[in-house]
Design a protein around this ligand. Sequence first.
Ligand code: 5GP
Ligand code: ZN
Length: 138
Amino acid sequence: MKKDDCIFCKIANGEIPSATLYEDERFRVILDLGPASKGHALILPKEHYPNLYELPDELAEKVILLAKKMIVKMTKALDCDGFNVVQNNGAPAGQTVFHFHMHLIPRYENDDAGFGWNTGELSEADKEDILAKMREID
Ligand code: 5GP
Ligand code: ZN
């Protein structure tokens, strides 16, 4: 299903032109207009799903295979030195466009893409709390 007011639905389905690196019946891979590094791309499903929680398993399987295929090809094409494969779910996680997408961010030695997070330390209390809560859900 497409969502009328969704820009990524329109891009994925070719209603809005985009720099397309790959397309098949389910996905389009485009260059990000606000790239973190040269070659930053986005995998977009053609159907509208807001996030990974709602992405059907069948597409979730395919998207990781496509990510692998794309980064292999892009590494050869761009001669980059690594890749971040990133996928944000929810505004607190940095999601700004609420149509599932996967970021493919080429990394170059000494680039200033600056992707990362502040690391803490796993406390005993948090560890026990999380393990207990996860067991309760099973
Ligand atoms: P998010 O923050 O939701 O994980 O990522 C959204 C991404 O989409 C951002 O990296 C942003 O630069 C990119 N973006 C937003 N609007 C457009 C657009 O109209 N075209 C393209 N190609 N990228 C877009
Ligand atoms: Zn959409």
